[in-house]
Design a protein around this ligand. Structure first.
Ligand code: OGA
Ligand code: MN
Length: 293
């Protein structure tokens, strides 16, 4: 299949045109797409017509899909698809997760083996808003002062899923029961230490691996040192040079690499406008840091 890969942003996004993801890819197409993904960790594949089953099958070509544990929001046609949506049924129940990803994060960094790739398929976009913002964490790392790089090498961030343990975020008032959910999670879910600098297992490049959403402190430092360090790093991450803001077109399938990016949903839309995304995630492995030779 002849398809093109064209850069969209110096922050590591490219658009893919001419690819049909509804059918199994030929080996050489898969290899070309995989290489493009290592070169551009945000790939916007345009003009896809995908049933939930086809989207899941496309994802599996990159590795096993994660099982979705939030079953009320999985797609009835394929339980490996999670629905993100602000749509509310007449009985008041939500069709999908309403406020997924509202603070900068790397997907499931609070788990021992965070997901490697996230694939989001735009089924329906609101008339305005709904963009997704990405931060290239290779670039955020590479532009740190050398002294900061030395300081954080070998340190670990403590990650946790509960928003109630994290003063840098707030619980969305739009998600019913969210505060109770996070308070319960805070009690039972263990904290996970992740390397602050993550070596990408395929490219060998170093990336900063922290986020305001999930990183609540530095494991090796007392808060009087660790919190200002996190504040400094989070401020550095905001530099416009590392950001790419994706404005969704209908039928975009965007795949991104959680090992070297953070991202967030920017919101800015509301009912009666509906945003609906179908989401799959590919299993990943345990993050590690290998000092450069
Ligand atoms: C996600 C996520 C952002 C968005 O699906 O992991 O953070 O804009 N989504 O929907
Ligand atoms: Mn996310």
């Amino acid at each position: 299949m002849a398809f093109t890969v064209t850069p969209l942003s110096p922050a590591g996004a490219a658009e893919v045109v001419g690819l049909d993801c509804s059918r199994p890819l030929a080996a050489d197409d898969l290899a070309k797409l995989h290489q493009a993904f290592l070169d551009y960790p945000i790939l916007a594949i345009r003009d896809q017509d995908l049933t939930p089953q086809q989207q899941a099958a496309f994802g599996r070509q990159f590795g096993p899909l994660e099982a979705q544990d939030r079953s009320p929001y999985t797609h009835p046609d394929d339980r490996d698809i999670l629905i993100l949506s602000n749509e509310i049924r007449p009985d008041g129940t939500a069709v999908g997760i309403v406020d997924a990803g509202d603070f900068l994060h790397s997907d499931s960094s609070h788990l021992p083996e965070p997901c490697r790739i996230t694939m989001l398929y735009a089924v329906r976009n609101p008339s305005r808003g709904g963009d997704t913002e990405f931060c290239n964490m290779y670039q955020a790392y590479e532009t740190l002062p050398e002294a900061t790089k030395r300081r954080i090498a070998g340190l670990h961030g403590v990650h946790h899923v509960s928003k109630t343990k994290n003063p840098r975020v707030v619980v969305s008032p739009d998600r019913p029961g969210a505060k109770d959910y996070y308070e319960a999670r805070a009690k039972v879910v263990p904290e996970i230490a992740q390397p602050m600098v993550r070596t990408h297992p395929e490219t060998g490049r170093q990336a900063l691996y922290i986020s305001p959403r999930f990183t609540i402190r530095v494991a090796e430092l007392a808060d009087d040192e660790g919190q200002p360090l996190l504040d400094e790093l989070f401020k550095h991450m905001k530099d416009k040079r590392f950001q790419y803001r994706h404005k969704w077109r209908d039928k975009d399938l965007v795949m991104w690499d959680n090992r070297c990016l953070t991202h967030r949903a920017t919101g800015g839309y509301g009912l009666p406008d509906i945003r609906r995304m179908h989401r799959t995630t590919i299993c990943g492995d345990k993050p590690f840091y290998r000092p450069a030779a």
